[in-house]
Design a protein around this ligand. Structure first.
Ligand SMILES: Cc1cc2nc3c(=O)[nH]c(=O)nc-3n(C[C@H](O)[C@H](O)[C@H](O)COP(=O)(O)OP(=O)(O)OC[C@H]3O[C@@H](n4cnc5c(N)ncnc54)[C@H](O)[C@@H]3O)c2cc1C
Length: 428
């Protein structure tokens, strides 16, 4: 069926795109800039809308190998009392579970599956997208082969740029765009072994808008030790005018840079300094996003995942949205063929809502409720019902889930993004 679609970036979005293209009968080749894809990162959440898509891709059975089915999401005040707790995934009535997984292991699962289904040479590492050019009928992408230093050009019907936060395609499309925006928060992420807390599969956020600690398990309990692998994120807010080094997911630091601020965060159910002390490594990452891009599409080129809409991770939906993007793109190709119209249809389905979500997450997304609690009682309370009515929080949380595409009734009732057995009728 002609030249493969070119995908730049072998992260969660790029690899899910490759699997989706294979499902609809379209050849694909993925070019990844790192010399070799390795299981980098720590925990991420897969919301039920993304698990649904992975289920349709035949991968649901593999998720328990790389994570934990999430059961609860809880916000806890600085004094250790619950602000809000709600069931998650199937316990909340979704037809699909929510999973908390190790990002790198998810990436390796997707990579192995792409190589199995699309061929062992379908993912080409050490190739960094530099630029693209297009005619009415095709696009030519230029890559730097990082192994030889040579320039490589590849022609295809479409280019999907899933090349992440520092997307080269986005830079070409919007040469005047400023670097990623830092609003003042810094995240320190890591994993450590710990005893299960609450349900044993709970996401817990303790603190307020300026200082908080997120904790959730991403591994099963080892019956011999009673311990499970737990993901944590410590977060502090600084004056954005101070500036911070460019965002990178690969920067490790000594936990002493932030741990003193959490020295007395020892609750009877979670001893934060002790947990962080057990982490082998801690990664520092300034929380950044970008203003919504005016468009994700340039004729035969589409941005996807973080390249299109990097957002603050406050709603745990960056990876989920990259997966959903790939599936919506696949459905648009089935409808319109390998044409600019297909990319325009992909953008029409997602751009407005997801751009609004980027801005909503900048305002702390679902965690913004902690700001209301602080306003009303300085964050200190015995009984949260005296501070904020339950119905108000419930309505606030429901609005977030609707905006992020995982409102329970809507998702349960929605037809498959890609109808079963759908394949592309060739057109170009
Ligand atoms: C190393 C790493 C670690 C991460 N760790 C976490 C984490 O612990 N928790 C979390 O919530 N999120 C993490 N993220 C971000 C998270 O994976 C994304 O927000 C989300 O999954 C969206 O996926 P994406 O595919 O759009 O982007 P990404 O997952 O960022 O993938 C983009 C891919 O494109 C590649 N790439 C970049 N530039 C080029 C180029 N010019 N040409 C070709 N390829 C290119 C990158 O190497 C990467 O493999 C991490 C991202 C990376 C790259």
């Amino acid at each position: 069926m002609g030249e493969p679609i070119i995908v730049a970036g072998g992260g969660i979005g790029g690899l899910t795109t490759a699997l989706t293209l294979h499902e609809i009968g379209v050849p694909v080749r993925v070019f990844e800039s790192s010399m070799a894809i390795r299981p980098l990162g720590v925990g991420i959440n897969l919301q039920p809308n993304a698990v649904r898509e992975l289920t349709d891709l035949g991968l649901a059975g593999r998720l328990p190998d790389i994570g934990v089915e999430a059961e609860e999401w809880a916000l806890v005040g600085r004094n250790g009392n619950d602000v809000w707790a709600e069931p998650r995934g199937r316990r909340a009535g979704y037809r699909w579970p929510q999973f908390a997984v190790h990002r790198g292991e998810l990436q390796m699962l997707l990579l192995d599956t792409v190589r199995e289904r699309c061929g062992s040479n379908s993912v080409i590492e050490a190739h960094r997208l530099r630029s693209y050019e297009q005619t009415a009928h095709s696009v030519t992408a230029t890559f730097e082969d990082r192994g030889t230093g040579r320039t490589v050009t590849v022609e295809g019907p479409l280019l999907v740029a899933a090349d992440g936060l520092h997307s080269a395609a986005r830079r070409q499309r919007f040469p005047d765009e400023v670097p990623p925006l830092w609003g003042g928060a810094v995240l320190w992420r890591g994993t450590a072994l710990g005893r299960p807390i609450r349900t044993g599969a709970s996401f817990t956020l303790v603190g307020n808008l300026e200082q908080r600690f997120v904790h959730y398990p991403i591994g099963p309990v080892d019956p011999s030790t009673g311990l499970q692998r737990q993901n944590f994120i410590a977060e502090l807010t600084f004056d954005p005018a101070e500036g911070w080094d460019a965002a990178s997911w690969n920067q490790t630091v000594d936990p002493e840079v932030f741990l003193p601020a959490f020295a007395d965060w020892d609750f009877d159910w979670l001893d934060i300094p002790a947990l962080v002390g057990r982490a082998e490594q801690v990664w520092e990452y300034p929380m950044v996003d970008r203003d919504p891009a005016p468009t994700w599409v340039d004729s035969r080129v589409a941005l996807l995942g973080d390249a299109a809409h990097v957002m603050y991770p406050v709603g745990s939906n960056g990876a989920s949205q990259a997966i959903v993007d790939a599936r919506v793109l696949g459905a648009s190709l089935v409808e319109h063929g390998l044409t600019p119209d297909a990319l325009a249809a992909y953008q029409d389905r997602l751009h407005e809502d997801i751009s609004a979500l980027v801005l909503r997450n900048r305002e702390a997304g679902p965690v913004a409720i902690l700001g209301k609690v602080d306003e009303r009682c300085g964050g200190v309370f015995d009984d949260i019902d005296d501070v904020i009515p339950r119905a108000e929080v419930e309505a606030f949380m429901a609005r977030y889930k609707a905006a992020a595409g995982f409102a329970v009734e809507t998702l349960n009732a929605a037809p498959r993004t890609l109808p079963e057995g759908a394949t592309l009728t060739p057109r170009s």
